[in-house]
Design a protein around this ligand. Structure first.
Ligand SMILES: [Zn+2]
Ligand SMILES: [Zn+2]
Length: 303
């Protein structure tokens, strides 16, 4: 069993950040508003959804390397851990989804899945030497090792730039309000999209497709689709399933910056649809390697 203890320093820091996000509401300026709008898209939409998640965790496409590194810096600016740690924890989530050792499952309650798990020290998730083995592809890249060790520092540079441009209101909105907003959007994928919504695929977990989470997270709320076809660059599979991250990847491919796009094969979509699967046969949980190696967009199954 791993040593665990409550991270009181994190609780204090998160409480202070939420308080500053509330302070922002009393210091509205249009410069602050636009700083929030643009930077939440750069850090949440491109940094986390497109880069940390679909590109780095699942290798669902390839991107021109300098742009990959730039978007990973945007991911660091979302302040949700460095890239190696984020990717390792997320691959563990897929491999153990809604099992007792899932890092953030709502089987332990909504608040645990949403943010409670962040305040509990866990050797496996918090010690570099323990979690790096779940992201060996990133850990061997010195650029990602550097980013992983320094991810918090970039926020300071952004804060200084915002202050010089728009004073304290721009800092309050562009850093504090924006960070808290993007955090909760991301956390809803772990909490709400494992509780509320519809299930298109009979995956051996509780993942759901949730329209309002998809709206808040540039398409990441089609989480049941994603758990079924975890390497697919496209998460919104039905015509109404809004997926701006997929549209962005298509745009990047159109101008030659993205390549090797992984997609679920249509016949497999049919075959694994819950209505057509033989009774009792479900899509099993993937291994860590299934998250990012080869053609694993196709789930392994005995069907
Ligand atoms: Zn999930
Ligand atoms: Zn994923």
């Amino acid at each position: 069993m791993f040593r665990t203890h409550t991270k009181w320093d994190s609780i204090l820091a998160f409480t202070a950040m939420h308080a500053l996000a509330v302070v922002a509401l009393f210091h509205f300026t249009w410069k602050g508003f636009w700083a929030f709008m643009v930077i939440q898209w750069l850090t949440g939409g491109l940094g986390i959804c497109l880069c940390y998640h679909r590109l780095l965790t699942h290798r669902s496409f390839t991107l021109w390397k300098p742009l990959e590194y730039l978007l990973a810096i945007f991911g660091c600016l979302a302040y949700q851990n460095g890239p190696i740690k984020w990717v390792a924890i997320h691959r563990l989530h897929h491999a153990r989804s809604d099992q007792p050792n899932d890092p953030h499952s709502p089987t332990k309650g909504f608040w645990w899945a949403h943010m409670g798990w962040l305040f509990r020290f866990n050797e496996e998730l918090d010690l570099y030497d323990r979690y790096k083995k779940y992201a060996p592809d990133l850990a061997k890249d010195p650029v990602y090792r550097f980013m992983n060790a320094t991810h918090g520092v970039y926020q300071l540079f952004l804060g200084i730039a915002l202050y010089l441009w728009g004073g304290w209101p721009a800092v309050l909105w562009g850093v504090f309000f924006r960070l808290v907003f993007v955090w909760h959007c991301t956390w809803f994928v772990n909490s709400a999209a494992h509780i509320w919504g519809y299930r298109t695929w009979a995956v051996e977990d509780q993942s759901t497709n949730n329209w309002w989470v998809a709206f808040l997270t540039y398409g990441e709320g089609w989480h049941n689709n994603h758990h079924a076809f975890l390497r697919s660059a496209r998460h919104g599979l039905a015509s109404w399933e809004w997926d701006p991250t997929w549209w962005t990847i298509q745009g990047l491919a159109a101008v030659g910056l993205a390549d090797k796009i992984q997609l679920p094969i249509p016949e497999l979509q049919e075959r694994y649809a819950r209505k057509q699967a033989p009774p009792g046969r479900t899509i099993p949980l993937p291994t860590i390697e299934d998250s990012f190696i080869d053609q694993a967009a196709v789930p392994k199954t005995g069907i």
